[in-house]
Each structure stands twice: as C-alpha cells, then as structure tokens.
Design a binder for this molecule. Structure first.
Ligand SMILES: Cc1cc2nc3c(=O)[nH]c(=O)nc-3n(C[C@H](O)[C@H](O)[C@H](O)COP(=O)(O)OP(=O)(O)OC[C@H]3O[C@@H](n4cnc5c(N)ncnc54)[C@H](O)[C@@H]3O)c2cc1C
Length: 430
C-alpha cells in the first residue's frame, strides 16, 4: 500500500483551516495543521473582539477540538523556518518561562512534509513611523484585541468618573478603522449610567485620520458619501490629508503640525505579509512582504510549496496588482487547493486558480441600512436594505459550514443565530 502524502498546512486562519477541513479524512493524504495559538479566530471579527461587541460564539473555536472532530492532526507551535531540501518545517522552542517552572528545557521541533501549504496571514505595517510600535495598537491577532479592550474599559471607566470623554484616534480610514470606530460607538452605550443612550453625555471622542485626500481612498464616490453620512450620524470625526509622523503616549501627530490627543491610538493603515515569511526560506517576495505564487498557487521557487491567503501574492493574468488580502479570497483559494492538491498527489496538473470577485459589501445596519455590491470596482451598485449585512454574515456562515461540516455546522449555526445581542452599527469589508 502507498503511504499517504503528508500535507502540512502552516496557519489555521480563514484559509488554512478551511483547507485542512476539506482535505481531512481522505485516504491519499495525511493532513497536519500547524498554528502558534490553540484557537482559531475568524479575523474579520477581530475589531468586534476589541470593542467587545462580538455576538457569535462560533467566531473562536479550539483547534484541538476541531482536529478530533474533523480528523486532521494539529500541532501547536510557532513556525520559524522551512528547509526545502530536507522538506521539513521548524517550530520554535516553547517560551522560556517553561524553564523557570523547573521543567526540562525543550528545543525546537521539526515536522516533515511532502507538500507544504503556507497560510500564515499578514500584519499591519507601521512604515517605520516613530511611536507606533510602543504606543499604538495594531489589530493583527487576538491578544491585540484583548489588550485594546482592557485599555478601552479602563478609559471608559475613567471618562465616567472624571466627566472627560476618552479620546480614541484611529489611523487609517479603510474598512478596519471605520468598522472599529462604529463598534466603539456602540460599545460606549454599555458605560452609560442609564441603559438607554438618548440624552447621555458622550464618554468617547472618536476620530479617524486618513493620509489621503478623501475618506476610504480607492472606494467609489457613492460609497464614500454613504460612509461619511453614517460616520457623521455616529458622531465620529474624520480628518483627511493627515500624514502621521509620530505617535506618543498622549497624542497622534501629523507631519504638518497637526495634533490629536489620544488616550488610545489604533494604527489600522494597510496590510503586509507576516514578517516570518521572509525568514522561512528563499522564496520570491513581493514589495509587501508576501510570497509570490503562480496561477496554481505554487511558490515560484518550489512547486511542492503552495501559498494562500494574505501570505500569497498572486497577480491574475492581465491584472496590474495582486489579489486583495480578504477572507473571501483566502476561502476561494482553500476551495481551489482542496481540489487541486489531490490532483497533484495523483500526478495530474490542476487547472489554474481563477478568482471570482463576488463583490464586497458594506452594511450600515442601524438607522437605515445601505449596501454596496462590487465595492472598488467600476460596476459599483449602491443597494438599500438588509442585503449587505446578510451577505457579510453569509461569508462567515459559509466558513463555519466548511470548518464544522454540514451536520454539526447546521446545528451550531442555528444555535449561534439565536443571539441575545444586537448586530453591529456598521459592517464593512468584503
Ligand atoms: C479587523 C478586520 C476585519 C476584516 N474584515 C474582513 C471582511 O469583512 N471580509 C473579508 O473578506 N476580509 C476581512 N478581513 C481580512 C481577513 O481577515 C483576512 O484577509 C483573512 O483572515 C486572511 O486569511 P489567512 O488564512 O490568509 O490568514 P489569517 O486568517 O490571518 O490566519 C493566519 C494564521 O496563521 C497563524 N500564524 C501566524 N504566524 C504564525 C507562525 N509563525 N507560526 C504558526 N502560526 C502562525 C495565526 O495564528 C493565524 O491562525 C478583515 C481583517 C481584519 C483585521
């Protein structure tokens, strides 16, 4: 009998986890997922974890539980290197605190593979701006959201006690920054003395700073106008043309002398590849630190190493830039590799990956919903009603379905939908 092909997937995020769940249980491969943390988090809700407004119990799930349920192997550890010659992955030694606890010192681990899939995601770059690393929060992973929420609760309690509103300044007017601001306005209500928001004095000043000349550069005029109206209604200030050159413990400063007092500063400007990617091996990298792949999502230097999601730089034929870093894209790539890898194992050449842009949707849920189909495309259509919010939720439900499987997925999703909390004030992104 031929031994199953060892497929190792690095990173169990929006893309990696869907892929292992698709491949698990097949007889032609043995699937192993590696992640540095023990739980899978649906990253598009990270700002909701930060604001404390997340209302889906399925937004975070244990990898250990999923591995047993779906039939793949899970190995927890931080990936630090790939040896393409030996075909192995190196995981860092466990953190030093274990030694202090009197446990024997443990060294790094190596995991062999036949086919490797890199799905290690991306991070928010600081562009070398002084003070960002020390004073601003970047929402890249769960612990960032937890740290933000601790600071936020502290600032809100102080605001209530001192009668001085807390100032939160968000740098970057993209979807993450805009959504976070709206969620924080919603979260503010929890700190009012009375249970209703009407007539309450503000506890929170919210400001979004954008370096470009307009809010959400790259979005269509109609979308910008709609978002701006919604932000105005939520009493969220927006300053454009603010090129930030420093963040301190008390303020955010722009190059032309502007200054915004900040009890908390959030840096939400752009996305680049996970910094570990450039140190893994000798992969070809693009200027945003992502691994360049061909139209079968193979790294350009090694056909046995595939890359997907935010870690991959894939430019479709005829396009002038790589695909966007979205969960929608990562999920389509997981679907593709779920079919393509068994073909590779069988010795066949899979068809190329074709990205189907299903539109990106904006949901401004409370006080009149508005949605946009085909955001950032020529054919943008502004739609009204609950359509956009429903479509956004559909992306996560589809993910949960892929991860949990049809039977458990249906039951768990039905239970998750009976939620006591209301929906977000504004939901943006694809
Ligand atoms: C606030 C926010 C809102 C968003 N909203 C949307 C949206 O509405 N729609 C949409 O389409 N997209 C949205 N996105 C983008 C979307 O979340 C990402 O494009 C998507 O998660 C990328 O999936 P991925 O599998 O490539 O990586 P990720 O989902 O980021 O997963 C990467 C995984 O790798 C693991 N990892 C990282 N480093 C290591 C290491 N060294 N060793 C081991 N494991 C490691 C991480 O723990 C993580 O599990 C949003 C992003 C943010 C931050």
């Amino acid at each position: 009998m031929i031994a199953p092909t060892r497929i190792v997937v690095l990173g169990g995020g929006a893309g990696g986890l869907e892929l292992v769940c698709r491949l698990a249980g097949r007889e032609d491969c043995a699937v192993k997922l590696v992640d540095k943390v023990s739980t899978h988090l649906w990253k598009p809700r990270l700002h909701e974890f930060a604001a404390g407004t997340v209302n889906s119990t399925l937004s975070e799930m244990s990898f250990y539980m999923l591995a047993e349920m779906r039939g793949f192997h899970f190995e927890q550890g931080a990936v630090v290197a790939v040896d393409r010659t030996q075909k192995s992955v190196t995981l860092a030694a466990p953190p030093a605190f274990e030694k202090g606890a009197g446990r024997p010192e443990r060294s790094h681990r190596t995991i062999p593979y036949d086919i490797l899939v890199v799905a290690l995601g991306g991070v928010t770059p600081d562009f070398g701006t002084p003070g960002v690393a020390g004073h601003a929060i970047r929402l890249d992973e769960r612990r960032d959201a937890d740290r933000f929420r601790d600071l936020f609760i502290d600032a809100m309690i102080a605001a209530r006690e001192t009668d001085r509103p807390a100032g939160i300044v968000i740098v970057g007017s993209g979807a993450t920054g805009t959504e976070l601001a709206a969620h924080l306005r919603q979260a503010e209500r929890a700190f009012f003395e009375k249970s209703h928001a009407e007539g309450q004095k503000r506890l929170l000043d919210l400001t979004i700073l954008e370096a470009g000349p307009v809010l959400m550069p790259g979005a269509s005029e109609s979308l910008r106008k709609t978002v701006r109206e919604r932000l105005d209604a939520l009493d969220i200030q927006v300053a454009t043309g603010a090129k930030i050159d420093a963040v301190t413990g008390t303020e955010v400063r722009s190059a032309d002398g502007g200054s915004w007092p900040a009890d908390i500063a959030v840096w939400a400007a752009g996305l680049v590849g996970n910094p570990v990617l450039k140190d893994l091996a000798d992969f070809e990298m693009d200027r945003k630190g992502r691994i360049v792949v061909d139209d079968r999502l193979r790294s350009t230097v090694d056909p046995e190493v595939f890359v997907m999601g935010d870690a991959a730089s894939f430019t479709p034929a005829g396009a002038d830039q790589p695909l966007p870093p979205t969960a929608q894209c990562a999920s389509q790539q997981a679907d593709y590799l779920g079919d393509a890898l068994p073909q590779v194992i069988a010795g066949d050449e899979p068809e190329p990956f074709v990205y189907d842009d299903r539109g990106r949707l904006l949901s401004l849920a409370s006080g009149g919903s508005v949605g946009l189909v085909g955001l950032f495309r020529q054919s943008d259509i502004l739609v009204k009603g609950r359509f956009a919010a429903a479509a956004y939720n559909a992306l996560q439900r589809q993910h949960q379905w892929a991860v949990l499987g049809p039977l458990r997925g249906s039951v768990a999703i039905a239970a998750d939908m009976i939620s006591p909390t209301g929906g977000p004030a504004l939901k943006l992104h694809g």
